[in-house]
Write a protein that binds this ligand. Structure first.
Ligand code: EPU
Length: 424
């Protein structure tokens, strides 16, 4: 287990290339199970979550080649319809092989992922959707077994849950429905850009999907899908994280390249309201720090609202912004592990019932802190960039799950970060 030493007092400037989206790549890689033909997926970020997904696919019988962001997958024959606990426990998103396995094999056996530090993370809506297409789901020995004895049949399915739509649940049902008989209508579908990217790839494989990006998706089943070449969309959460780094530590300005500014409107709107200067072009965004920064009140919501995956990073910004800011997470109300660690660095944050009240302090000071999940780790790195002294962040494998070489990218912008073995 490696750790970071983040030397405080960073001043960042220059430009950074944003990687392909982790959260779009995971279901897209799973969707390659839907065809016997070769799929070429470009701009897959080199992070441990995409590596776990490729291990799962190989375990199911896929042939995989990977070279600098391009992954070539051919799944001519499925060796198995099982995703075992050993692999699933490493990454919750492995549940998105359920839909493709069911579509290709009429059955799937996938270990239940269990909870994680950001919350309970149930899959009831995934199962409700797949049952709506004719699969029977049974849970035994920690595994969910799905079987569509008479094949999958299209139907009208309501996927909305009490916390709004489910992203991977929508993906799973969409991937199962593309090869089902007849037409499926998903009401209460997630509208995230990652769902649209998956639908675009499936359509390029021969699927007939309309309405992706709205809460009602219609899928006309086809009998088979072919191979595809697809480029994954830019990672809006990595981009948002670098925008917050700029809001906290820009010397003059930093520029993000290879982004889709439209996907980041909720984040850039809040940063502008805090006083930052934002300039957008077709595929770049630049940010300059606010001269007189002010805080904000934000509430996470499904897309196009403010993303829960940017909540922790905003807490890091508000911890050092004068005045009171209030951050509410309606999607994952328990996702505030970063707050306790940031308090050890001198932040003034009170968390109650899914809401953090942050009273900005003038300085935070370095302390040994522990990364607890992907975005919480990012918030600790951001806090460390500005803290007085050297912040030691342990368990950085959490950050390597979803950020491609974040230390190198920040170093290129002028930060001073060391990656060391845990016992150094
Ligand atoms: N939910 C249910 N039942 C379900 C599924 C979800 O009640 O069957 C609830 C969840 O508990 C949560 C809400 O619905 O309150 C939304 O969860 P969702 O299913 O949309 O989450 P997900 O699809 O499992 C993806 C991202 C997460 C991101 C969420 C929300 C991937 C691989 N993961 O997860 O990303 O936080 O959508 O936008 O796409 C991250 O990248 O750090 C991350 C956690």
């Amino acid at each position: 287990m490696e750790k970071f030493i983040v030397h405080g007092g960073a001043e960042l400037e220059g430009s950074v290339n944003i990687s392909g989206s982790k959260n779009a790549s995971l279901p897209i890689l799973a969707a390659t199970l839907l065809t016997k033909e070769q799929c070429v997926i470009r701009r897959v970020p080199d992070v441990s979550d995409t590596n776990y997904m490729l291990q799962i696919l190989q375990n199911l019988g896929a042939e995989v080649e990977r070279a600098s962001g391009t992954v070539i997958i051919k799944c001519e024959k499925l060796r198995s319809h099982e995703a075992p606990y050993d692999l699933v426990r490493k990454m919750r998103a492995s549940v998105c092989v359920m839909g493709p396995l069911l579509a290709r094999h009429n059955r799937a056996n996938v270990s239940l992922p269990g909870g994680c530090v950001i919350g309970d993370r149930p899959i009831d809506l995934h199962l409700r959707g797949l049952e709506g297409l004719g699969a029977e789901a049974t849970v035994e020995g920690g595994n969910v077994h799905l079987e569509a004895r008479y094949g999958l049949k299209g139907d009208t399915i309501d996927m909305s849950g009490k916390h709004g739509a489910t992203v991977l649940g929508t993906d799973n049902v969409m991937m199962a429905a593309v090869l089902a008989q007849g037409t499926t209508v998903i009401n209460g579908a997630a509208c995230e850009p990652e769902v649209v990217d998956l639908a675009d790839m499936l359509n390029a494989m021969g699927a007939k999907i309309t309405g992706a990006g709205t809460s009602c998706i219609t899928i006309e089943g086809v009998s088979e899908l072919g191979g595809v070449e697809h480029t994954v969309i830019p990672d809006r959460i990595e981009a948002g994280t670098f925008l917050v780094a700029g809001a906290m530590a820009a010397k003059s300005k930093i520029t993000l390249k290879r982004v889709n500014p439209e996907h980041l409107t909720a984040v850039t709107d809040v940063l502008e309201s805090c006083g930052c200067k934002i300039e957008k072009e077709e595929d770049t965004i630049s940010i300059s720090k606010a001269e007189n920064p002010i805080g904000a009140n934000i509430t996470t919501e499904p897309y196009p609202g403010f993303p829960t995956d940017m909540q922790a990073q905003m807490c890091a910004l508000f911890a050092l912004t004068p005045g009171i800011s209030v951050v509410t997470d309606t999607i994952f109300p328990q996702r505030f592990m970063h707050a306790s660690e940031m308090k050890r660095m001198g932040a003034d944050i009170k968390v109650d019932d899914g809401t953090a009240v942050i009273n900005g302090v003038e300085k935070m000071s370095a302390a040994p802190v522990m990364a607890s999940d992907l975005r919480a780790s990012a918030a600790l790195v951001l806090s460390g960039l500005l803290a007085k002294g050297n912040t030691e962040i342990s368990r950085v494998y959490h950050i390597d799950r979803g950020y491609e070489h974040i230390d190198d990218k920040l170093i290129d912008l002028g930060a001073n970060i060391e990656r060391l073995p845990a016992n150094a």
